[in-house]
Design a protein around this ligand. Structure first.
Ligand code: PRX
Length: 636
């Protein structure tokens, strides 16, 4: 790197000698407070920790207003790139005008501090404006990924008891408009939800059914709203957003994040890990705003640092497989943050595609979502980074709010495949089954031994589930659900989930969620789902189903069934949860206590010799499944 890194080694020293003092400094350096906090951490009600609790601030003012006040109104906040090729640059000044109008428009619909607002939106400038406007008025936003089904949307709206939904008429997906508004209508059908209004952003055009008295066009509401809005400071622990994520049971968990600690964590990590140079960088986090990566590193982290970012609406192969590299070349992107599954896809498409573009503006690369295998790391480094860009592999979760384990560019000697070291102020350990800390070169479970500012504050409406899920396995410590290895140098290597959560293309999907969707189909009696290793997507979903006898007696076309069931799951949850294959079996391997042995099914799905079957109630089951598998028809 040409310049000295933004993060310096003394950060580690400061954090190690006085962890809370360090976070207090980070909160003061990265965030503006209307009322200074006097205490960094309140742990009286652990694990319900409170950070900077008597401080007061406004998240939107921190992300936008203060930069305009500092004379940065003309700096571009976002270069928007639409999938059809339309572009727009939004400056901090423009964003300031828009968030004020939007805050007024949302308040005019009767929404105030504490009211939940669900956003079912793709990557649009209006989506970011809507998030910030909610933050400005203290109304927690809850984004639902725009690829989710109406049923998944409804579950989340109901759980959050949202009063307002913000959506778009449609999104551009793979070269064609895909309607979004009908899914909102379906989710609200029956009128049993808490929702009073729906704001609709115009994106794709065409006919949209608007419900009289309920639905309002976003552009009309903003045009009618006053251009200035005075922001109020809120308590540091004011809820900022709820983001639903998959857990080990069927119902998604509403992960709650609050204001002061979260902003401190994402601002500091964006600055240090991305070596942020806001005057010159063009930063591109190629995620969707509907996931935590989008929240923390498209929206809050970069904006708090007054950075210029790219916001891309579409997929990497629309209109063709060079789309990313055209964007990098045209906009002079300096930092690219993406997922290993995308990198492996680029590898598959061939290095001649990026090589046809000038990527010399890039100076730093990032990876998130799953471990990056050394082969993909080296390709990313050589082909995309021209051999000169450091790669930061960042481990974190929806629950952690921001990055937790990652190299710091210019400081850490990089090691392909390892997420490497905890961030300054973050304390991790690798422990054994009983929770004993393991020293030296070792393999076990990753735990976080001290609270951190960006941590989740709970599961929306379910304190007990919060305690049980994260704090009971190893009392007093946060259990991340990931296996980890630490090598002799002390570097951390993530080994994947140790629970029933799958990681498909960096998306978290629970086995139970897919199983529930399968058994909701009338022909399915029972289902078991496993994540099997997949070259491109990390894991692929393989489902084993037992059919109902009555369905078999009917006119059911058994050959067409796997395809139907795959579509059924896509409709119930989302296309991202669609099984790679569905296998019809007569029985499932169960222990004597009736628990499905997924380990054995994974052996089959990964085409391995089946492991120890001694705990099965009926050990012949595996032979039957294997025999049935070889007779199964191939799938698309
Ligand atoms: O298993 C880990 C994996 O993704 C999980 C968190 O998923 P989610 O909450 O959807 O957030 C994804 C984006 C932050 C983790 O428990 N994971 C995420 N990043 C990495 C990773 N595994 C290995 N290496 C990573 N860099």
């Amino acid at each position: 790197m040409a310049k000295d890194p933004v993060a310096t080694a003394d950060l580690y020293e400061r954090a190690a000698s006085d962890r809370l003092g360090f976070w207090g400094d980070m909160a003061r350096e990265n965030v503006d407070w209307d009322t200074e906090f006097t205490q960094v951490l309140d742990d009286a009600d652990a694990p319900f920790y409170r950070w900077f609790a008597d401080g007061r601030l406004n998240a939107c003012v921190n992300a936008v207003d203060r930069h305009v006040a500092a004379g940065l109104g003309d700096r571009v906040a976002f270069h928007f790139v639409g999938e059809p090729g339309d572009t727009a640059a939004m400056t901090y000044g423009d964003l300031h005008v828009q968030v004020q109008r939007a805050a007024n428009a949302i308040e005019a619909l009767g929404i105030g501090a504490g009211d939940r607002v669900v956003l079912y939106v793709p990557n649009l400038l209006e989506s970011v404006v809507a998030m910030l406007a909610c933050a400005r008025i203290g109304a927690p936003h809850s984004l639902v990924f725009s690829g989710f089904s109406s049923e998944a949307l409804r579950t989340r709206i109901d759980d959050a008891k949202a009063r307002l939904v913000i959506t778009a008429d449609g999104a551009n997906r793979r070269g064609a408009p895909a309607a979004l508004k009908p899914a909102v209508d379906a989710a609200l059908a029956g009128g049993s939800t808490s929702v009073e209004h729906v704001l609709v952003i115009r994106r794709t055009g065409g006919d949209v059914e608007m419900v009289e008295g309920r639905d309002v066009w976003w552009d009309e509401a903003l045009a009618a709203a006053p251009a200035s809005h005075e922001a109020q400071p809120f308590e540091s622990e004011q809820p900022l957003f709820i983001l639903y994520t998959s857990g080990t049971t069927g119902t998604p968990k509403g992960i709650l994040h609050t204001t002061g600690g979260y902003l401190t964590h994402v601002a500091a990590t964006a600055r240090h890990v991305f070596d942020a140079r806001p005057e010159t960088d063009v930063f591109w986090c190629a995620a969707d705003v509907g996931w935590v990566t989008g929240h923390s590193y498209i929206v809050y982290g970069p904006l708090l640092n007054a950075m210029t970012s790219v916001l891309y609406e579409g997929t990497p192969n629309t209109p063709d497989e060079s789309r990313f590299w055209q964007v990098v070349e045209t906009l002079g992107v300096t930092i690219l943050y993406t997922a290993p599954t995308t990198i492996r896809m680029f590898m598959k498409w061939g290095e001649q595609i990026p090589q046809g573009h000038d990527l010399s503006s890039l100076r730093l690369l990032g990876s998130v979502g799953e471990s990056i295998n050394p082969e993909a790391w080296r390709w990313y480094h050589r082909v995309i980074g021209g051999g000169r860009c450091p790669i930061v592999d960042t481990w974190w979760q929806t629950e952690t709010g921001g990055m937790m384990v990652s190299a710091l560019p210019g400081l850490t000697t990089l090691k392909p495949g390892s997420a490497q070291v905890p961030q300054p102020g973050i304390a991790v350990e690798v422990v054994d089954d009983e929770g004993n800390p393991l020293t030296g070169d070792t393999t076990g479970y990753l735990v976080l031994t001290e609270p951190w500012p960006g941590m989740l504050r709970g599961i929306w409406g379910d304190d007990e589930r919060y305690r049980k899920t994260y704090w009971s396995r190893f009392p007093g410590r946060y259990f991340a659900g990931d296996g980890a290895k630490r090598d002799a140098d002390g570097d951390i290597w993530l080994l994947g989930r140790v629970d029933d959560v799958m990681n498909v293309s960096g998306h978290r999907i629970s086995t139970t969620e897919v199983e529930s969707a399968l058994v909701s189909h009338p022909v399915v009696a029972e289902a078991a789902v496993v994540g099997a290793a997949d070259e491109t997507t990390g894991q692929g979903i393989v489902a084993f189903v037992i059919l109902r006898a009555e369905a078999l007696q009917g006119t059911q076309d058994l050959d067409a069934l796997p395809r139907q069931l795959r579509s059924h799951v896509a409709e119930h949850i989302s296309p991202i949860a669609k099984p790679r294959s569905v296998l019809v079996v007569e029985e499932l391997p169960k222990t004597r206590s009736g628990k499905i042995m997924r380990r054995l099914l994974r052996d089959i799905a990964e085409d391995r010799e089946v492991g120890d079957v001694s705990t099965l109630a009926d050990s012949s089951v595996m032979d039957k499944i294997s025999a049935g598998m070889s007779a199964a028809p191939p799938e698309d």
